[in-house]
Design a protein around this ligand. Structure first.
Ligand SMILES: [Zn+2]
Length: 527
């Protein structure tokens, strides 16, 4: 069977607009999806994102705006979807509906599926009812044990007093599955990656767990999915939201097929703030429903902005839509993937973004494209006059041509195997460096003054045009719009775009005159 992969972002809780931090996660997942589609075939990769729309925080955000919760989430979900679609996240753009999913937890398909999973788990005996008295944080929508709270019974996330609540509720047996989850982590060392997060998860699973309360009495909160076995309750928003990873594709292709052929190859992309829910709660929820575990939990760090974590609650946010409108979608995509090491915290600043824009995009990339295409127009009538050749490393001083020739393989491998987006882009920039140095040292503009050396000039230009083609191919998962523009300038269709170096441009092929893809930004323009 051909390998298939299912990629998900977190399901975004839409009680406020998306920020660059949430966009970063969608962009990492999208780049990964594009790389795997390049490697395995487009339709072998399903890619899913969406919005988490139930729970008390959403209900209260809606009330604050004088709206019914569903009217509010219709609006907010679309704001998220359009922000990510504007950045060419294919799941949000629903670019290929058969494999790109934008799931809303208020969709009927999703709600029915969650009820099906609740019933299935209940019938298997892993959900039980008991009276419960506990310390509850309204903002977290969860109960805390005393030892989890800050002194004075304050919520550790919100630093505000929790309330003592007594009520009957339904619980999921998660302690029952702790040993199995722990064994899975131990026998699959990269189940949670990078390793630092695996170690955190192992610690979280080292002590016995309290069973998870998965219901809320409607008397207290009715904005949720009704329990199929007790109409006085809705299900806990987290239990509901996890199933967004599964509900639509499983409904479309049938649960058994999905569980066998797709689900075990799932790659979750999440932020480190929701490591615990995904490492401790989600695996037992799956096992209790009789489903297998996913393949990887890929955990990223936080994006800092002006020195502090970017988050909705702190109000310390950069708006991805304004960056997309000011610089174009590819610039934000490029910046976050080049600047941040996946798994570690990173800094976002507009000054740095403009620095990278000018140095990397305007100079290294933009100049190479325009110089090669203008020389092709001037010296070769815009034609590939001869078959592109390999250039031996060292034949021109400082030119490491193999950085070009081996593309896109190292880029695909670094992303597909190691989530090393940054080094993948370093590899592309090593190729750009080789191209720029080759122009400087072979100096076709000087050779062209001697009519006897025009063949040599034609060879150099052919090599450089072919180099642009493989560079565009390697850049495509990161910068899809830019890659498309380069292919258009090279006048090449998708059938030739992905060939190895030397098999793309043929003698007689016509290319187009240059256009400036990344004009320099002279001073800070506030988006
Ligand atoms: Zn709280």
């Amino acid at each position: 069977m051909t390998e298939r992969v299912h990629i998900t972002t977190a399901i975004f809780y839409c009680n406020g607009a998306p920020h660059v931090g949430s966009a970063y996660e969608a962009l990492a997942a999208d780049t990964f999806a594009r790389v795997l589609r390049r490697k395995l075939g487009h339709n072998q990769v399903t890619f899913l994102s969406g919005t988490d729309e139930h729970g008390d925080k959403i209900r209260r955000a809606a009330v604050a705006q004088g709206l019914a919760p569903k009217v509010y989430t219709d609006r907010m979900s679309e704001i998220f979807r359009q922000a990510f679609a504007g950045l060419n996240v294919t799941a949000a753009a629903r670019e290929t509906p058969a494999v790109d999913f934008w799931v809303r937890t208020t969709d009927e398909v999703h709600e029915k599926f969650v009820q099906q999973m609740l019933l299935r788990t209940y019938q298997r005996g892993d959900i039980y009812f008991r009276d419960y008295e506990g310390l509850y944080c309204v903002d977290c929508e969860r109960f805390y044990t005393e030892k989890e709270l800050l002194p004075g019974n304050l919520c550790p996330s919100h630093n505000k007093a929790v309330e003592l609540i007594s009520e009957g509720n339904y619980f999921l047996k998660i302690e029952k599955y702790r040993g199995q989850v722990l064994a899975h982590l131990k026998s699959n060392p990269d189940f949670i990656r990078p390793e630092r997060y695996r170690n955190e998860a192992l610690n979280m699973l080292a002590e016995p767990l309290s069973d998870l309360c998965i219901s809320r009495p409607k008397a207290r909160l009715d904005w949720g999915i009704e329990l199929p076995f007790d109409t006085n309750y809705v299900t806990y928003v987290w239990y509901d939201a996890f199933w967004a990873y599964v509900s639509e594709p499983a409904t479309r292709m049938g649960l058994e097929t999905f569980a066998r052929e797709i689900w075990p190859y799932t790659e979750h992309f999440i932020g480190k703030d929701i490591l615990k829910t995904h490492a401790v709660y989600w695996p037992p929820i799956l096992l209790a429903a009789g489903l297998p575990l996913f393949r990887h939990l890929n955990v990223h760090g936080w994006l800092n902005f002006g020195g502090a974590r970017m988050s909705k609650s702190s109000g310390n946010v950069a708006d991805p839509v304004s960056y997309e409108r000011t610089f174009g979608s590819d610039v934000l995509r490029y910046f976050v993937m080049r600047e941040i090491v996946y798994g570690l915290d990173g800094d976002f600043s507009e000054e740095r973004l403009i620095e990278r824009y000018n140095a990397d995009l305007a100079n290294d990339l933009g100049n190479l494209i325009s110089r090669v295409l203008s020389m092709a127009a001037r010296y070769c009538d815009g034609q590939v006059k001869t078959a592109p050749q390999r250039v031996l490393d060292g034949a021109y001083e400082g030119v490491n041509w193999s950085a070009i020739e081996r593309l896109p393989t190292p880029v695909i491998d670094r992303v597909a195997e190691d989530l090393d987006f940054k080094r993948a882009l370093d590899d592309v920039w090593a190729a750009l460096d080789a191209g720029n140095k080759y122009i400087a040292t072979s100096a076709p503009f000087n050779l062209a003054k001697d009519p006897a050396r025009l063949d040599e000039v034609a060879q150099i230009i052919a090599n450089l045009l072919e180099a642009l083609r493989v560079i565009a191919d390697a850049l495509q998962p990161f910068m899809p719009v830019t890659a498309r523009k380069i292919f258009e300038l090279l006048n090449i269709d998708q059938s030739r775009a992905h060939a190895p170096y030397g098999d793309g441009l043929k003698p007689g092929h016509k290319v187009r005159p240059p256009v400036a893809l990344f004009p320099r930004i002279e001073k800070t323009s506030k988006p």
